[in-house]
Design a protein around this ligand. Structure first.
Ligand SMILES: C[S@@+](CC[C@H](N)C(=O)[O-])C[C@H]1O[C@@H](n2cnc3c(N)ncnc32)[C@H](O)[C@@H]1O
Ligand code: SF4
Length: 421
C-alpha cells in the first residue's frame, strides 16, 4: 500500500513537473511592446510593497557554466553602469515606487567596492533602506571587504562556492580560487552578518554523488547558517568547448543529488526555507520572489514582476547605456500573465517557499485559494504533495519531489533575475 502511495506521489510529481515546465515556457513568449511599470493608483497598506533587485553583471573571470547575464570586468564600463543604475532607480522613484528591501545579484556585485558603497549611500539618501542582501564570491572576501559591507548595512551575504573539490572546480572552469580558500573565507565571514549563505551547484556532467556528499559534509563541519543548492541549469554561453558542455544537462540525475541534500541537511539540523535553501534557524533567504509578491529589477538583464506583468530589461550593456542616456527605461520586453497563469505562478512560487498562506492569497486575489485553484490544490493534496495546516504546506514527500515538480516555472522565476535563456 505504502508502495502504491509512493508511486502515486512520484507520478503526480512528474506530471506536475511536466505542466510547470510547459507553463514556464509560456513565460518566455515576450512582447517588445510594453506599458510603463506603474505603482498602484489606490493607496496600499505599505508604500514599499515591491522589493528591488539590482543586477551587477561584472566578474573578474567568467565561469563557463554560468547562465546569468555577466561580462568580464571593464572598469570604465562598470563605473558608467553604476551611474546609469542610479538614474534607473530614480525613474522608479519618480513613478511613485518606494523600496525598503534590496537584493544585489550578479555577476559579482562587489567587484568595484567604491562604486557599490556609493550606490548604497545613494539608496539610503533616497529611500528607507531596511534590508540588503548581497551576492559575491569568496575571492572578494577579506577583512577590509567584510568591514566595508558591514558598515554599509548588508544583512545577508551570499558567497558562491559551487564545490570544495579542486578537481571539480577545475573541470567546471571556475577560476575564483581553491576549495581550501573558500573554506577560509566562509569562516572569516561567518558571524559577521545576520546571515551568511554558501551557494553550491549540483548535477555537473562529471560530478559524482560521492564528491557531492563530501561537499555537504564539509559545509556542515564549517557550521554555517545557510546553504543554497542550485541544480545546474543549461548555460546559454556556447562559444568554448567547456561552455558547450554545460549547455547540455542530464536532468534525470537531479533527484539523486537532491536526496543527498535532504538526508544530510535534515540530519544536520537544517530546515528547508525554500526547495533549494536550507537554514539552521529563521534566517534571511534570498527569495525576494517569495517574501515579496512583486519586485522591480534594475540593471542589464534583470526582470521585474508587478501584479501579473513581467518586465525584462535589455541584456546588452551598450543598449542599456543608450536607453538610460536618452532618458528611457531600459525595458526590452514584457509579458502580461493571464489570470490563470498569475494564480499558478503565485501558487508555485509560494510552494517553492514551502507554504501558501490562504489569507495573503485572499488579500491579493480577493477570493479563496481553494476556489480559484481548486483542481491544482486538490491534485497536490490527493497526491500527498501538500497538506492543510494553518497554511497550505508542502509535505516531506512534496519537497522530496519538489526538485521535479516545481522546477520548470521556478527555475525560470528565480534564475530569470539576470539569467539568459
Ligand atoms: C550568479 S552567481 C552570482 C554570485 C557570484 N558571482 C558567484 O559566482 O557565486 C550566484 C549563484 O548562481 C549559481 N549559478 C550560476 N550559474 C548557474 C547555472 N548554470 N546553474 C545553476 N546555478 C548556477 C551559482 O551557485 C552561483 O553561486
Ligand atoms: S558564477 Fe558568478 S563569478 Fe562565475 S561568471 Fe557567473 S556570476 Fe560571474
Amino acid at each position: 500500500m505504502a508502495m502504491t502511495n509512493d508511486k502515486l506521489t512520484t507520478t503526480a510529481a512528474r506530471f506536475a513537473g511536466y505542466i510547470t515546465r510547459r507553463e514556464g515556457r509560456k513565460f518566455l513568449q515576450l512582447s517588445d511592446k510594453f506599458p510603463e511599470p506603474m505603482a498602484p493608483q489606490e493607496k496600499t497598506e505599505r508604500d514599499d510593497w515591491a522589493s528591488l533587485y539590482i543586477h551587477i553583471p561584472f566578474c573578474r573571470t567568467l565561469c563557463p557554466f554560468c547562465c546569468f547575464n555577466r561580462y568580464l570586468l571593464d572598469e570604465v564600463k562598470a563605473r558608467r553602469y553604476f551611474a546609469n543604475l542610479k538614474k534607473e532607480v530614480e525613474f522608479y522613484i519618480q513613478r511613485g515606487f518606494r523600496f525598503s528591501d534590496f537584493y544585489f545579484g550578479g555577476g559579482t556585485p562587489t567587484v568595484l567596492m567604491d562604486e557599490l558603497l556609493e550606490f548604497i549611500n545613494f539608496l539610503k539618501k533616497n529611500l528607507n533602506v531596511k534590508r540588503i542582501s548581497m551576492e559575491t564570491t569568496h575571492r572578494e572576501i577579506n577583512p577590509e571587504a567584510i568591514a566595508a559591507l558591514k558598515k554599509a548595512g548588508i544583512n545577508r551575504l551570499s558567497i558562491g562556492v559551487q564545490s570544495f573539490d579542486n578537481d571539480l572546480l577545475k573541470a567546471m572552469g571556475r577560476l575564483v580560487g581553491s576549495g581550501e580558500e573558500a573554506k577560509e573565507k566562509l569562516k572569516m565571514a561567518q558571524g559577521q552578518f545576520d546571515t551568511v549563505n554558501a551557494d553550491f551547484t549540483f548535477n555537473f556532467p562529471t560530478q559524482t554523488i560521492t564528491q557531492f556528499g563530501k561537499d555537504i559534509a564539509a559545509f556542515k563541519e564549517l557550521g554555517l547558517d545557510q546553504a543554497t543548492f542550485y541544480p545546474l541549469t543549461p548555460s546559454p554561453h556556447k562559444k568554448s568547448k567547456l561552455e558547450r558542455q554545460f549547455s547540455k544537462v542530464d536532468n534525470s540525475r537531479e533527484k539523486d543529488f537532491y536526496d543527498v541534500i535532504l538526508r544530510e541537511l535534515y540530519e544536520g539540523g537544517y530546515k528547508a526555507s525554500t526547495a533549494w535553501c536550507f537554514s539552521r534557524s529563521d534566517r534571511l533567504i534570498d527569495e525576494y520572489i517569495i517574501d515579496y509578491d512583486d519586485y522591480v529589477g534594475v540593471g542589464a538583464g534583470s526582470v521585474g514582476f508587478l501584479n501579473g506583468d513581467f518586465f525584462v530589461n535589455t541584456f546588452s550593456l551598450e543598449k542599456y547605456d543608450e536607453l538610460i542616456s536618452s532618458g528611457k527605461l531600459p525595458i526590452m520586453s514584457w509579458r502580461r500573465l493571464s489570470e490563470r497563469e498569475h494564480l499558478r505562478y503565485y501558487m508555485l512560487t509560494k510552494l517553492f517557499g514551502m507554504s501558501l498562506d490562504p489569507q495573503k492569497f485572499r488579500q491579493r486575489f480577493g477570493d479563496d485559494a481553494n476556489r480559484k485553484l481548486w483542481w491544482e490544490l486538490m491534485f497536490f493534496r490527493i497526491s500527498g504533495l501538500v497538506k492543510d495546516n494553518v497554511q497550505i504546506e508542502v509535505t516531506p514527500e512534496g519537497y522530496a519531489h519538489n526538485v521535479c515538480y516545481a522546477e520548470g516555472i521556478l527555475r525560470r522565476s528565480k534564475h530569470f533575475k539576470g539569467a539568459v535563456y
